[in-house]
Design a protein around this ligand. Sequence first.
Ligand code: PRP
Ligand code: URA
Ligand code: MG
Length: 206
Amino acid sequence: MLTVVDHPLLARAVTTLRDKTTPHGEFRAVLNDAAAILAYEALRTIPTEKQTVQTPLEETDGVKLAQEVVVVPVLRAGLGLVDGFVRFVPEARVGHLGMYRDETTHRPVDYYSNIPPVRGARVFVVDPMLATGGSAAGALSHLKQRGADHLTFVCLVAAPEGVERLHEFHPDVDIVTAALDRELDDKAYIRPGLGDAGDRIFGTHP
Ligand SMILES: O=P(O)(O)OC[C@H]1O[C@H](OP(=O)(O)OP(=O)(O)O)[C@H](O)[C@@H]1O
Ligand SMILES: O=c1cc[nH]c(=O)[nH]1
Ligand SMILES: [Mg+2]
């Protein structure tokens, strides 16, 4: 299932992130806020179980989360979405998957993996950009090999090509995004998009 999160504050954040004049410090801060809204939506279906709580006056019913939460950013750009999740679920475990996209083939190249236990957990793979879908599909396959059985992919901007690829190779994985853009260009950049998310977050190419 594809969810395009519809919220005025998120739409405004995406507009700021698309703006080429937004400097990297502001880009990071606004991406953090956008990530929190995405996390809020993506966590909507997390199961809870009953827990009693003692107020200053009496005991009453409350809830606790009934499933472990694991957040897995696809490096580098995915790091920009981690805090949005961890601010709501501070006990979340965080895995890291290092991948970059080869500039000519546009195929993902793996360079790092450090993943906590994922079997039975609710696993959120986070990366601002879903372009060809090669990186996301590779990340999801890697996590399934490690036993992940409840995966959600969370991004900021998705291209139709990437959504199609994930639906084909990972039909069991829900996608949550802030925007579904028009197309990929001949360099496999998302149009209109926001450029290279990693470079914009970290200020790599002034
Ligand atoms: O859907 P795809 O076609 O695979 O493209 C999307 C990937 O490209 C970007 O990473 P990039 O390779 O720029 O690495 P970086 O995060 O280190 O900048 C982005 O953050 C995704 O991981
Ligand atoms: O538009 C794109 C495509 C891939 N990666 C990015 O950072 N941006
Ligand atoms: Mg990049």
